[in-house]
Design a protein around this ligand. Structure first.
Ligand code: FNR
Length: 185
């Protein structure tokens, strides 16, 4: 049976490299994984006053995460941390207290940047957040990707052979990690 993965992209930008990376990863993934992209661009700013009466977009996000057996975060680094839009989405689906949609879901983290350290610092911050949310997160291989001319071909393929091979291996490791942790019955 297919394992359903919620993909959360930490950029709202139209031509986002991270969204393009996420789409390429979906194409490289083993057949057993089935992906749904979670929408986060229409969420209000998190306000604890709204916990009892959440917006439709918040209910939808929580449902999308609840329906998935695992999560894949593909995110840029903003000012050496996670983008606010991603943190906002994480906060929304973590509440009300005791009703987090994230709890126990295995996670993978990967990201792409134009910078040399490939979103490493943002990923470390995200690991801290996911640990608190009780999400077992794949440790190896780490996925620090730097954008280069020709990396994206425009049809969800990766145009640089070494990177394509690395990403395929990364997705296989993620599938193995997830398979070992999801309930299949
Ligand atoms: C960035 N960028 C960036 N890059 C990086 O490697 N480390 C960083 O700390 C930052 N900080 C940062 C802050 C803000 C507000 C912006 C807009 C950008 C550059 C970033 O990696 C680049 O814009 C990517 O293209 C963003 O990812 P998407 O939108 O293409 O997925």
């Amino acid at each position: 049976m297919a394992i359903r993965i919620a993909v959360v992209v930490g950029s709202l930008r139209r031509e986002s490299f991270n969204r393009q990376l996420a789409q390429a990863l979906v194409k490289l993934a083993p057949q057993e994984l089935e992906f749904r992209f979670a929408r986060i661009d229409d969420l209000p700013l998190y306000n604890q006053d709204d916990d009892a009466n959440p917006a439709e977009a918040v209910k939808r996000l929580k449902q999308e995460i609840s329906d998935a057996q695992a999560v894949l975060f593909v995110t840029p680094e903003y000012n050496r941390s996670v983008p606010g839009v991603l943190k906002n989405a994480i906060d929304h689906a973590s509440r009300p207290y005791g009703k987090s949609a994230w709890a126990g879901k295995p996670a993978g983290i990967i990201g792409i940047t134009i910078g040399a350290i490939g979103t490493a610092v943002a990923q470390q911050h995200l690991r801290t957040i996911l640990a608190y949310l009780d999400m077992p997160t794949m440790g190896q291989p780490e996925g620090y990707v730097q954008n280069k001319p020709g990396l994206f071909t425009g049809n969800d393929d990766i145009g640089i052979e070494d990177t394509r091979k690395f990403l395929q291996k990364w997705m296989q490791a993620y599938a193995d990690f997830v398979r070992g942790r999801v309930k299949t019955s």
